[in-house]
Design a protein around this ligand. Sequence first.
Ligand code: UDP
Ligand code: MG
Length: 311
Amino acid sequence: MKKSISLVISAYNEEGNVKELHRQLSEVLTGIKMDAEIIFVNDGSRDRTLLYCHELQKIDKRVKIVNFTKNFGHEAAMIAGMEYAKGDAVIFMDADLQNPPTVMAEMVKLWQGGEKIVLTRRKNQANPGMIYKMCQKLFYWGLNFLSEVKIPKSMPDFRLLDREYVDFLKKFDERDVLFRGMLSLITDVEKLSVIEYHSPERLSGETKYKFSLRSIKLAVDSVIQFSVRPLYLAMYFAIVIGFISFGLGAYVIIEKFIMGNRVPGYAAIMTTITFTAAVILFVLAIIGIYIGKIHLETKKRPLFFAEYFEK
Ligand code: UDP
Ligand code: MG
C-alpha cells in the first residue's frame, strides 16, 4: 500500500509566509512522490493567514485547515494538527520557513529506510562565543541533572514521527504539554537519528517568543512536569543544614560546659536558627515530595510503550 505523509504547520500571524511555504513545500513534495496532506493550523491569527490558507486550499486539494477560535499556543496547535492528521508519518514544522522544506525530503528518506522518529538540530548561523557555549552547556547540564527526562539541546519541534509514535503520543492525556520531554518518556532520544540543518532568518514577520523568557519556561517546565528531584535536593539540603546545626550545638556545649569557656551569644543563636531552618525545610520537602508525586500521578502516564512483532 502506498504510504502517505501529513505535514502539520502551526501558523500565528504568518500572512507573509504561508504562500511561499506552500510553494516550496509543493516543490519538495513533487520530488518525494508520496500522497500528502498539508495541514495548516491557524492559531487564532489576527492577520490574513486564514484567508491565504483558504486561497491555497482552492488551488491545492492537499491543503487542509484547522482553525483555532483564538490563540491557544504553538503546542496546542501541534497537537490539534497531530490529532487531525491521517498520514503514515507526521512532520511538524513552523510556518516561517525557518524549518527548510528541503530538510523534509531527507526526513522522509530516513523514514522510508525504517526510522520511526527523525529529529532535527539547528546549526547556529554565527559561531557563538566561548562564554555563550559554556553558559549553554551549564544550562543543559543543570536541566538534565534536575529533570528525570533527557532534554537535548537545540532540538526544535521540526521532526518526523511515524504513525506508531503518533499513536503513542496520543496516549498522553496532559494539559500542559511539552513535546521534547514527552518524547523522552516514550523512547531513548539519544538513539534517534538527527538531521542537522541551517536555520535561516524567518522570511517575514516577527518571532512570537522572547528567547530568554521562553528558555526559562522551558527549563522550569522540563523539570516540574517530569521530576520531583528538586524536592529531594531540598531534603538533602535540609539534612546538611541539620548536620551544621548539630556541629554548632556540639561546639557550644563543649566550649561552655566541658571546657568552661565563655561562648559568644551569636553561637547559640546560630545554632537555634540553623536547627529550626533545617527542621522546617525538611518537613516542607517531605510535604513537597508527596505533592510532587500526586502531581505526577494525576497525569496517568502510560507505564510503557512497546512495539509488537508477530510473524
Ligand atoms: N506559533 C503558533 N502559536 C503561537 C506562537 C507561535 O502557532 O502562539 C507558530 C508560529 O507561527 C511559527 C511557530 O509557531 O510557525 C514558531 O514560532 P516563532 O517562529 O515565533 O518562534 P521561533 O522560531 O522564533 O522560536
Ligand atoms: Mg520561527
